[in-house]
Structure formats: structure tokens, C-alpha cells
Write a protein that binds this ligand. Sequence first.
Ligand code: MG
Ligand code: MG
Length: 283
Amino acid sequence: MMLRKSIYKSPAQLRSMVEPGRITAAALEALRPLVRAGVSTAELDAEASRVIIARGAESNFKLVRGYRHTTCISVNEEVVHGIPGDRVLQPGDIVSVDCGAQFQGWNGDSAVTFIVPGDAPSDVLARRQELSRVTNGSMWAGIAAMASASHIGDIGAAIQDYVEAQGPSVVSGESYGILREYVGHGIGRKMHEAPSVFNYRTPDAGAEIRPGLALAIEPMLTAGGEATFVEDDDWTVSTVDGSDGCHWEHSVARHENGIWVLTAPDGGAAGLAPFGVTPTPIA
Ligand code: MG
Ligand code: MG
């Protein structure tokens, strides 16, 4: 008989996830000053790899079958799973970088979005900054729900409600799309564990939110339609209508005394403040 592993972790197990979360955050933060016009996505990947190895960890993306890189880097109409390579960043590009570290058998997973500084059309810049702000806000809305909601389905509802409350883009007039085929997930000994965390309202309430739950919450939005396709490289997920995509992600623990964002250096304090939630370190 197959025993189904509990999705809930012990306090000691959650504590083991603090350091891989910090290392993941450090790898992504190291890229911020490097995201400039003229830099290749392979150079960003190399820096993330250097930081993870220097901290005594390893890339968990490289443990995914068939994937050889430390990051996924998705530019403009690419939403997620872009492969780092020769592509050179241009001023105004919207660049989502997804990265994860495994340390002593435990995992972190996080994604941030940058806008490449420089001389780009102001309407393009404004549109992309707004897309990143809405995607980031929807992620924090989902994370905040983890502090008070009763079921995982409430996280997706909070994300969808946040996006819809923004209304259409004030720059383009288009409504935002939420990807349906790609979702967040449990995280722990493996980067991808049960349960799935939908970024939208579903009929199923999902599992209970209670101490021991560790989730990667990762809304993927577009500045247009929700339809995507996988490019010929078998990885990169791009929008069908060519609209820009955006991805933000954090790994979050629910524990006895509240929530802690494992992949945010401040535990999520700044991002959660607008939602009236104060993160608490894992005891
Ligand atoms: Mg990720
Ligand atoms: Mg993830």
C-alpha cells in the first residue's frame, strides 16, 4: 500500500527551510544590479549559480529532469520557464527570474521581476511597471491569505480578487490575464510537492491551512489574454497574443505563531504590511 505523505511539516522541518530560503533570496538579490541593457540572460544565470554554490547549496532547478540551468529567465511575452542563454537584455525589457536553492536536503523557490533600466518608450515602461506591480501585489494578497484563511482555495481566491480589483490596466485599457495551466505548489524535501496552489478561484476549497504548511505562491499574469503555448525549446511558456507576461513567487511557511516568508530577507514584513499582516519568525 502507498502511504500518502502528510503535506504538513514539523516545526523542526520548517526551520530547516529557513536557510535554503535565505540562499534563494540572496541569489535573486545579487542579480538586481546586473539587470542592465547589454547583459545576457546566461550571465545572470551564472551569477545566481555562483551565489548558491558559495553558500554551500546547490541549484534545485538543475535537479529537474532535462533542465541544466540555475534559473528560468522569461523576457517580455515569455511568462515562465524561459531558458537562460545568448539573449541580450534591452532597455525596458520585463524580465522574470525564477530560482531555487537546495540546502541540506530542503528547498527554496522564488521569482522576481525586473524592468531593465534605460531609454525605452514611456508607455511601454509604464505598462510593464504596472504589470509587475499588479502581479507582485497579487502574490502578497495570496501570501496574506495564508495567515488567516482556512483553506488553500482561499489563496487563489485572494489572488484573483486582488487582480480583478485593479481593474483594467490604466495604461493599455486591457484586463490582466491569470495563467490557468501553471500553479503554485507545496515545497519541502522536494521543490515541487503536493498540494497545488491555484492562482484563481476554484470550486474545491482544497486542503486545510494550518501550522506545518509550506507553499510556493506564484501568480503568473499577462497584460492580455490568458492563453499560452510552449516554444520549440520545449520549456519557454509564451503568450499566444504576444502580450507581456510577469511572474512573482515566494516560499511561505505557516507555523504555530503565524506565517514567515522564507524567501524574503525580512520574512515578508514590507510586502505584508499593506494587508495588515505581520510575519513571525519560526520558533
Ligand atoms: Mg519558482
Ligand atoms: Mg515554484
